[in-house]
Design a protein. Structure first.
Length: 134
Protein backbone atom coordinates (compact mmCIF):
# COMPACT_ATOMS: atom_id res chain seq x y z
CA UNK A 1 0.00 0.00 0.00
CA UNK A 2 2.83 2.42 0.80
CA UNK A 3 4.21 1.91 -2.68
CA UNK A 4 1.00 3.25 -4.21
CA UNK A 5 1.03 6.53 -2.27
CA UNK A 6 3.49 8.37 -4.57
CA UNK A 7 1.58 7.26 -7.66
CA UNK A 8 -1.77 8.26 -6.20
CA UNK A 9 -0.28 11.57 -5.07
CA UNK A 10 1.02 12.19 -8.59
CA UNK A 11 -2.39 11.38 -10.08
CA UNK A 12 -4.20 13.73 -7.74
CA UNK A 13 -1.58 16.41 -8.43
CA UNK A 14 -2.11 16.10 -12.19
CA UNK A 15 -5.89 16.16 -11.76
CA UNK A 16 -5.72 19.20 -9.50
CA UNK A 17 -3.45 21.02 -11.92
CA UNK A 18 -5.78 20.36 -14.85
CA UNK A 19 -8.89 21.35 -12.89
CA UNK A 20 -7.24 24.52 -11.56
CA UNK A 21 -6.40 25.56 -15.11
CA UNK A 22 -9.90 24.79 -16.37
CA UNK A 23 -11.51 26.61 -13.42
CA UNK A 24 -9.43 29.69 -14.21
CA UNK A 25 -10.42 29.60 -17.86
CA UNK A 26 -14.09 29.12 -16.97
CA UNK A 27 -14.01 31.97 -14.44
CA UNK A 28 -12.48 34.27 -17.06
CA UNK A 29 -15.68 33.92 -19.12
CA UNK A 30 -17.62 35.77 -16.41
CA UNK A 31 -15.33 38.82 -16.52
CA UNK A 32 -15.86 40.99 -13.40
CA UNK A 33 -18.06 38.47 -11.59
CA UNK A 34 -15.43 35.77 -12.00
CA UNK A 35 -12.60 37.73 -10.40
CA UNK A 36 -12.62 35.87 -7.07
CA UNK A 37 -13.01 32.38 -8.53
CA UNK A 38 -10.22 33.17 -10.99
CA UNK A 39 -7.98 34.36 -8.15
CA UNK A 40 -8.74 31.21 -6.15
CA UNK A 41 -7.89 28.98 -9.09
CA UNK A 42 -4.64 30.87 -9.64
CA UNK A 43 -3.68 30.42 -5.98
CA UNK A 44 -4.54 26.73 -6.26
CA UNK A 45 -2.38 26.50 -9.37
CA UNK A 46 0.47 28.17 -7.48
CA UNK A 47 0.07 25.66 -4.63
CA UNK A 48 0.26 22.76 -7.06
CA UNK A 49 3.38 24.24 -8.66
CA UNK A 50 4.99 24.78 -5.24
CA UNK A 51 4.24 21.15 -4.36
CA UNK A 52 5.88 20.03 -7.60
CA UNK A 53 8.95 22.18 -6.93
CA UNK A 54 9.31 20.71 -3.44
CA UNK A 55 9.10 17.19 -4.80
CA UNK A 56 11.54 18.00 -7.60
CA UNK A 57 14.05 19.55 -5.20
CA UNK A 58 13.85 16.58 -2.88
CA UNK A 59 14.40 14.05 -5.65
CA UNK A 60 17.28 11.68 -4.88
CA UNK A 61 19.47 13.21 -7.59
CA UNK A 62 18.98 16.83 -6.45
CA UNK A 63 18.58 16.37 -2.68
CA UNK A 64 22.33 16.34 -1.88
CA UNK A 65 22.88 19.53 -3.88
CA UNK A 66 19.93 21.30 -2.30
CA UNK A 67 20.93 20.00 1.18
CA UNK A 68 24.07 22.10 1.00
CA UNK A 69 21.92 25.23 0.88
CA UNK A 70 18.84 24.09 2.85
CA UNK A 71 19.70 21.65 5.67
CA UNK A 72 16.20 20.15 5.78
CA UNK A 73 16.66 18.56 2.36
CA UNK A 74 19.35 16.11 3.52
CA UNK A 75 16.63 13.72 4.73
CA UNK A 76 13.42 14.89 3.03
CA UNK A 77 11.42 11.68 3.23
CA UNK A 78 9.67 12.39 6.57
CA UNK A 79 8.26 15.75 5.57
CA UNK A 80 8.23 15.70 1.76
CA UNK A 81 5.02 13.73 1.33
CA UNK A 82 3.27 15.60 4.13
CA UNK A 83 4.09 19.00 2.63
CA UNK A 84 3.16 17.80 -0.85
CA UNK A 85 -0.19 16.43 0.27
CA UNK A 86 -0.98 19.48 2.43
CA UNK A 87 -0.26 21.89 -0.42
CA UNK A 88 -2.31 19.78 -2.80
CA UNK A 89 -5.15 19.51 -0.29
CA UNK A 90 -5.27 23.30 0.07
CA UNK A 91 -5.16 23.56 -3.72
CA UNK A 92 -8.03 21.10 -4.08
CA UNK A 93 -10.16 23.04 -1.60
CA UNK A 94 -9.55 26.25 -3.53
CA UNK A 95 -10.30 24.51 -6.85
CA UNK A 96 -13.56 23.09 -5.52
CA UNK A 97 -14.70 26.46 -4.15
CA UNK A 98 -13.72 28.17 -7.40
CA UNK A 99 -15.53 25.59 -9.51
CA UNK A 100 -18.62 25.80 -7.31
CA UNK A 101 -18.62 29.57 -7.58
CA UNK A 102 -18.27 29.54 -11.36
CA UNK A 103 -20.96 26.86 -11.52
CA UNK A 104 -23.34 29.18 -9.68
CA UNK A 105 -22.36 32.04 -11.98
CA UNK A 106 -23.13 29.77 -14.95
CA UNK A 107 -26.56 28.87 -13.57
CA UNK A 108 -27.41 32.53 -12.95
CA UNK A 109 -26.17 33.45 -16.43
CA UNK A 110 -28.26 30.72 -18.07
CA UNK A 111 -31.36 31.77 -16.15
CA UNK A 112 -30.81 35.38 -17.20
CA UNK A 113 -30.33 34.36 -20.84
CA UNK A 114 -33.40 32.12 -20.76
CA UNK A 115 -35.48 34.93 -19.23
CA UNK A 116 -34.30 37.36 -21.92
CA UNK A 117 -35.05 34.82 -24.65
CA UNK A 118 -38.55 34.24 -23.25
CA UNK A 119 -39.21 37.97 -23.19
CA UNK A 120 -37.94 38.32 -26.75
CA UNK A 121 -40.21 35.52 -27.94
CA UNK A 122 -43.21 36.98 -26.09
CA UNK A 123 -42.65 40.38 -27.67
CA UNK A 124 -42.28 38.79 -31.07
CA UNK A 125 -45.43 36.71 -30.60
CA UNK A 126 -47.43 39.69 -29.35
CA UNK A 127 -46.11 41.81 -32.17
CA UNK A 128 -47.34 39.32 -34.77
CA UNK A 129 -50.83 39.01 -33.24
CA UNK A 130 -51.19 42.79 -33.03
CA UNK A 131 -50.01 43.13 -36.62
CA UNK A 132 -52.37 40.37 -37.85
CA UNK A 133 -55.50 41.89 -36.23
CA UNK A 134 -55.00 45.32 -37.82
Amino acid sequence: MNRLVPYLAALQWIGGLVLALSAGVRAREFRQQGTWPRAMSQVALALFVIAAVIVALSAPALAPLVARVVPGFDNPSPWRLAVFLTACQAGWILVLVSMGWTGLLGIVSRKRDARAELERRRERAQGRTDHDTR
